[in-house]
Every structure is written in C-alpha cells, then in structure tokens.
Design a protein around this ligand. Structure first.
Ligand code: 2HA
Ligand code: ZN
Length: 262
C-alpha cells in the first residue's frame, strides 16, 4: 500500500501544517489521528506498543496517528519519522509503518482511540480526531463559565455559522492532567453525542469525517471564541439572540442541542 499517495493521507499531512500555521501547535502541542479504510494485512508488523486502557471496539482497526513528542510542523516534510500507522489489538498496537526513528504514538492515544470508538457509534462516516491548542478557545476557559450549556450559548451567539456547524454543542472538561487514561475516558464520554470537547486551560478535541472537516469545525469554534475574547471586556450592545438562533436552525433544518436555546 502506497500510504503517502493516498489522497486522504495527503490531506492529513497538510492539516498538520495548517494547525502549526494557525499558531495552535507550539513545540509538540497537538496530535491528529485518522481511521484508515483499506487493507493493510500484507504489511509486516515492525514492533508492538502496549497501552493500558480498554479499546475493545477498536480491535482490528488501523489508524494513522502522530507520534509522542513530535512537532506537527515537521509532519508534512517528514511523515515517516513523525507519524505511525497502527493496527489496534487487545491491549497493544502493532506498528505497520512510520515512527522510523523510534518513539511511541501520541501521549493522548487513549483520548484518540476511545473518541473514535464513541464517534463511530454516533456516525459511521466518522474518521478523524484532532487535538490542538486553539488559542482563543483556550483563552476563553479563563474568563468564561465552564458550564457547557453557557459556553456553547456564548459561542452560538458570537457567530452566525456557529449553530450551523456545532448545533450539537461544545462539551467542556475542567482542568485535568493530560496524557492520562482518565482524560481519555472523560473526553470519549463527551464525544458520544458531540464532536467538540474543550479541555480547560489546554486545548480542544474535534472530530469529523475528514481532516478538513475536523479542522474546519475547530476553526469555527475558535473564530467564535475569538470574537468573544475581542469583545468580552467591551460593552456588548447586541449579539445573536435566542429567537435568531431558532430562526437560523429553521432555515438550516437542524436541531440544536435540546435545552440549549431558551
Ligand atoms: O502532544 O498536546 O496534550 C502534546 C499535547 C498533549
Ligand atoms: Zn495538548
């Protein structure tokens, strides 16, 4: 399988660069994983990598994921050293390709694998989970309530396309240590019925069918958060109100998260 020539892999690689260019991937910040369609059964297993959480639903699936400690800015130019193709087994992963200079998959492997499992149950077309340090969304977690209904309502009120793209709402996790099975499990629980999870004072997880879609979703969240951060200290004279949100939902034929619009 000529992995690097698959169009979806090219999109994945470009997306890593775009996250860096947004200023959302300082040092080794952020990670991207993508469920791979295709038959990789003829690829030899290069080594095995154990993990400590239960990802039973994912056994047999292949994913592409960025490596632990790797810089997203380097992924596109040097994929073979910075990303991995893994086949998930019971309690370990088989490395089929990549991480050629050694190393492990992302420290957020639990959040990625468990979120894939949760999103696939909600949406069979789901493929991509992306974690990034989206600047404005994180900034907002210092000055806004972390109540996820309030957080979502503020973002919906700031930009017309918010409700269009995250009608299902934005989940918020309080600050927790990152890189643990616990934050992975908590993230995946939220992902069961939403595609965006904000980690207070850290970053954002977003899900989608393609790298472009997952990135685009996080971009819409961060843009609304940017409008909020640009205006939160000013007297706000108007914003998109509840009846306008309902009007927009009717035009789009979408159902916003129940109970979120008064
Ligand atoms: O991979 O962003 O959350 C570095 C991180 C961990
Ligand atoms: Zn992070």
């Amino acid at each position: 399988m000529d992995i690097l020539n698959m169009p979806i892999v090219k999109e994945y690689l470009r997306t890593a660069t775009q996250l860096y260019n947004h200023g959302w991937a300082e040092r080794n910040g952020g990670n991207i994983s993508m469920l791979m369609d295709g038959d990789f059964s003829d690829m030899p297993v290069l080594r095995t990598i154990p993990f400590s959480f239960d990802a039973a639903d994912m056994i047999g699936r292949c994913i592409m994921i960025t490596g632990s400690g790797k810089y997203l800015k380097n992924v596109e130019a040097d994929p073979e050293n910075n990303i991995a193709l893994l086949r998930i087994c019971d309690g370990y992963a088989e490395l089929l390709w990549g991480l050629a200079d050694g190393g492990k998959p992302s420290s957020e492997l639990a959040a990625h694998l468990l979120s894939h499992s949760a999103r696939l149950k909600a949406d069979p077309s789901h493929r991509v989970v992306m974690h990034t340090h989206a600047t404005n969304a994180v900034a907002m977690t210092f000055v806004h309530s972390l109540d996820e209904r309030e957080f979502t309502r503020t973002l919906w009120g700031m930009a017309t396309e918010s409700i269009m793209f995250f009608y299902d709402g934005v989940a918020v996790l309080p600050w927790m240590p990152c890189g643990t099975d616990e934050i992975g499990i908590a993230t995946a629980e939220k992902m069961a019925d939403r595609r965006v999870v904000v980690w207070a004072h850290h970053g954002v997880f977003g899900a989608g069918s393609t790298p472009d879609e997952a990135l685009g979703l996080i971009e819409t969240v961060d843009k609304a958060a940017q409008f909020y951060m640009m205006t939160a200290h000013l007297p706000v004279l108007q914003k998109i109100n509840d009846s306008q949100l309902k009007e927009m939902a009717a035009v789009l034929g979408i159902t916003p998260r129940p109970g979120y619009i008064d």
